[in-house]
Design a protein around this ligand. Structure first.
Ligand code: SF4
Length: 443
């Protein structure tokens, strides 16, 4: 036990990593540790890394370099590195940064305390998963230290069976493994009992949930899981991320519409509006098919709020391809979008493709796309003015503590004057729209 010692976790990357960090914190606290306010005050520093973008590894090595000096000054400091970079680079981190005590892979989070014990007794240790171990399932029931008392992530799958040519996830997180529905529902019931009101189901492709499971000859479906999650008392909002357009079926839209707790919101990643580029990305749908599915969802789920991801400047993207993306974005009219400039990720097929686009052209296209989406977002936000919406308080606004930051079921931020307990629900009337938030008053 490390009773009274302190830890500091720095998390890079996506919600999967943030949720893994909550588990790492839970495991360390079960071992007697407490959270430190800063790196300087910590006995243990954990870096939970990301390798999605090219500069992520560079940033990590820069950060590790700065920790070398800290470790020289404080030899008892322990440093652990986990997450996708640790998984992908395997022994590389240990070779380039001998001051790191523990390197652990994406499926070895549950072993973090044992690995620290090992490092303290025997010296630096690296433990990453291999595919045979990944297939054994996802550990359930790990302790978790959540950042929010009212909102929680619930992992339903890890890994991915797709092969999008820009993505490193299948390499660093392996094949898709689903949790059994009973385990997922038990975790949600436990969260509800501890005061959680909002959950987000997490998977790289939630629409293929259950395809690797066999429940007495039947495969569980994501739509059924949504409906079951919706029966857990105390859970008022259910969200999920990410669906995959090629696998999204009507049954999920119907489950959303017919399960009151499931929010009218979807993150539906388009990536490109050009069929030629979608094929090079290996996405498995055309722009028209994507838009038809979006229309189907909107016809079934009233008031559906939508967001997306788009990559600008994928290898081979011509001006005509990019105009296809502008056209698809015009037609889709997403409420918000995460737009990325393509950067080659070593180890992915896209990095070795021909036709890399000039950075200046990428920048120009990115600015045009951003201008278009900003205008659509503002127009969609303006259409919210005058409406009454149900909001959940997240906490005081970072800019002005006399204003509360709240969120609608559609995931829009509404700022409302006043101080309320996080997790409180009430109705608000939207009185003003800005580019990236709304302003409201108590209804
Ligand atoms: S669906 Fe594609 S982008 Fe998403 S995790 Fe799988 S390979 Fe990556």
């Amino acid at each position: 036990m490390r009773e009274g010692q302190s830890y500091f976790i720095r998390t890079f990357g996506c919600q999967m990593n943030e949720h893994d960090s909550e588990r790492i914190a839970g495991l360390l606290e079960s071992d007697g540790m407490v959270q430190a306010d800063s790196v300087d005050a910590a006995d243990l520093i954990v870096l939970n890394t990301c390798t999605i973008r090219e500069n992520a590894d560079t940033k990590l090595y820069g950060y590790l370099g700065s920790l070398k000096r800290v470790k020289t000054e404080r030899p008892n400091l322990r440093i652990a590195v986990g997450g996708c970079s640790a998984q992908k680079e395997r022994d590389f981190i240990q070779e380039r940064a001998g001051w790191v005590d523990v390197v652990f892979g994406t499926h070895n989070v549950h072993r973090v305390v044992d690995l620290l014990d090992h490092a303290e007794e025997w010296g630096p240790v690296t433990e990453i998963w291999d595919e045979t171990k990944a297939a054994s399932g996802i550990p359930s029931g790990l302790p978790v230290r959540r950042e929010s008392e009212h909102s929680a992530w619930v992992t339903i799958t890890i890994g991915c069976n797709n092969s999008c040519t820009f993505c490193i996830v299948p390499i660093v997180r392996g094949a898709e493994v689903s949790r059994r529905p009973g385990d997922v529902i038990r975790e949600i019931e436990g969260l509800a009992a501890s005061g959680v009101k909002e959950i987000t189901l997490l998977g790289q492709n939630v629409n293929s949930y259950g395809r690797d499971l066999d429940l007495n000859g039947r495969q569980p479906l994501f739509a059924d899981l949504l409906r079951r999650a919706g029966t857990v008392r105390g859970i008022e909002r259910i969200r999920y991320t990410s669906p995959h357009p090629k696998d999204f079926r009507e049954d999920v839209a119907l489950a959303m519409a017919e399960t009151p707790a499931v929010c009218e919101q979807i993150h539906f990643p388009l990536q490109s509006g050009s069929d030629r580029i979608l094929a090079r990305m290996h996405r498995g749908y055309t722009a028209e098919r994507f838009l038809t599915k979006l229309e189907m969802m909107r016809s079934i789920v009233p008031d559906l709020a939508t967001s997306t991801d788009v990559i600008v400047g994928f290898p081979g993207e011509t001006e005509e391809d990019f105009e296809g993306t502008l056209d698809a974005m015009q037609r889709a009219r997403f409420d918000s979008a995460y737009m990325f400039q393509f950067s080659p990720r070593p180890g992915t097929p896209a990095a070795d493709m021909d036709g890399h686009v000039d950075p200046e052209i990428i920048q120009d296209r990115f600015e045009r796309l951003t201008a278009l989406q900003d205008a659509i977002t503002l127009e969609n936000n303006q259409m919210q003015v005058g409406r009454t919406v149900s909001v959940m308080v997240e906490g005081p606004s970072k800019k002005d503590p006399s204003v509360a930051t709240t969120r609608t079921r559609g995931n829009r931020i509404v700022h409302i004057e006043g101080e309320w307990e996080p997790g409180t629900f009430f109705d608000a009337r939207v009185v003003r729209a800005a580019a990236h938030h709304l302003e409201g008053v108590l209804f």
